[in-house]
Design a protein. Structure first.
Length: 406
């Protein structure tokens, strides 16, 4: 990922994380619009740390009151009825559902959930749900009306954010308004509830940065910094906006964007899976997205044919050209005809491990050595046969010379 990409995606993350329009969905859609590879779930999770730091700074007084009161309430029973102490427990309880489902659905989050068609549909469907909830529900409750049941319900709605396109804030704010909470109170608890889950997810996914992910460490750090700065401005603006306005502008935007993405996918302009298979740069960071032309001529491609799979004559199984052994279709392991048993591959070297000795070995080198020995034996036999034939010719000639003519 280039620095330019990181800045743009960080800007998108900061603008959309607090708004009920899905930051993860926007990162995926914007990358597809520009023809960039999918930034990946790791970049999305880590860059959200920047926006949550913005929330931490903006709500610093409320967060300090919650932390200090909750901690003191562990030893002082009189403080346990205080709203700040209770909110500490509500945030903890509300975080549990998304923590469990996030681990269980990790593979789907990284693959299936990033399909542009699914993102477009969730933008539209949950946009309609947000609009209907905002327009028709009675909003009269405040944060002091939180209970354990309502805290868990907030947490269940937050789980919807695992699907890009739903929006973490949009899902929890919708759930809050369905329970009768005012827009501003639902939004505030939504932001507070998101903090443990986002920080935990970002730290967990941080181990994937620089591995098979498209975004490297420098690009992720730049994107996170940009997201944090922009996110602070957005959260301050949003809290003032929803005090006097509804969420309908965001509803119209979600529906319009979802329809646009579905249209572009239907006409083949966008590949619904486009970019997800291109994360092969191993986190490489470049200063510019477009590479400079090299003055040196590129080497001519190798004329050697690429190895094609062949069949083992003894078993009839297909041979893995990279390993040099057939693959057992029943066990899925490689089979060594000489050992007459399945062998596993060493994860570091990719070589088979001899189950008898525990040592790795290269079947190709072993077969080449055996072929060389066989060729050497044939050469020795051929040389000996040549020498015998020469001796026989010489003896025949000498015998012929010893016979008098005429």
């Amino acid at each position: 990922m280039s620095i330019i990409e990181a800045i743009i995606l960080g800007l998108v993350q900061g603008l959309t994380e607090m708004l009920p329009i899905s930051s993860s969905g926007h990162l995926r859609v914007i990358s597809a619009f520009f023809g960039w590879p999918d930034p990946g779930a790791a970049f999305t999770a880590v860059s959200q740390i920047g926006t949550e730091l913005a929330v931490l700074i903006y709500f610093r007084q409320r967060i300090w009151a919650i932390l200090s009161t909750w901690t003191r309430s562990l030893f002082d029973k009189e403080l346990r009825r205080d709203i700040n102490a209770r909110m500490g427990w509500y945030v903890i309880i509300g975080t549990l559902p998304i923590g469990v489902l996030g681990l269980l659905l990790e593979e789907q989050i990284d693959t299936v959930f990033r399909d542009l068609r699914l993102i477009a549909l969730t933008l539209i469907v949950f946009g309609v749900i947000l609009g209907a909830t905002d327009r028709y529900t009675r909003k009269h409750r405040v944060l002091a009306d939180l209970t354990v049941t309502r805290g868990v319900t907030f947490g269940l709605f937050q789980c919807l954010a695992l699907i890009p396109g739903v929006s973490r804030s949009g899902g929890t704010i919708t759930g809050g308004m369905l329970m009768g909470f005012k827009r501003k109170d639902a939004a505030e608890f939504s932001f507070l509830l998101a903090m443990p889950a986002v920080f935990a997810s970002g730290l967990y996914k941080m181990t994937d940065i620089g591995g098979n992910e498209y975004a490297g460490w420098l690009a992720t750090a730049v994107g996170t910094l940009v997201a944090g700065v922009v996110g602070y401005v957005v959260v301050a603006w949003l809290m003032k906006f929803i005090s006097t306005h509804s969420f309908m502008p965001f509803v119209y935007y979600r529906i319009g964007l979802g329809v646009l993405v579905l249209t572009l996918v239907s006409f083949g302009v966008l590949d619904p899976q486009g970019g997800t298979e291109e994360r092969h740069d191993k986190g490489e960071v470049v200063a510019d997205a477009s590479p400079e032309p090299s003055e040196e001529p590129s080497p001519s491609p190798s004329q050697e044919p690429s190895p094609s799979p062949s069949t083992d004559p003894a078993t009839g199984w297909e041979i893995d050209p990279e390993v040099g052994l057939p693959v057992n279709p029943e066990s899925g392991l490689h089979y060594d005809p000489e050992l007459q048993m399945d062998v596993s591959l060493d994860p570091e070297t990719g070589l088979p491990v001899n189950p008898l000795t525990g040592q790795t070995y290269d079947p190709k080198e072993r077969d080449a050595a055996q072929d060389g020995t066989a060729d050497g034996g044939e050469g020795t036999a051929g040389g000996q046969a040549g020498q015998d034939a020469t001796g026989q010719q010489q003896g025949t000639g000498q015998g012929q010379e010893g016979v008098p003519t005429g």
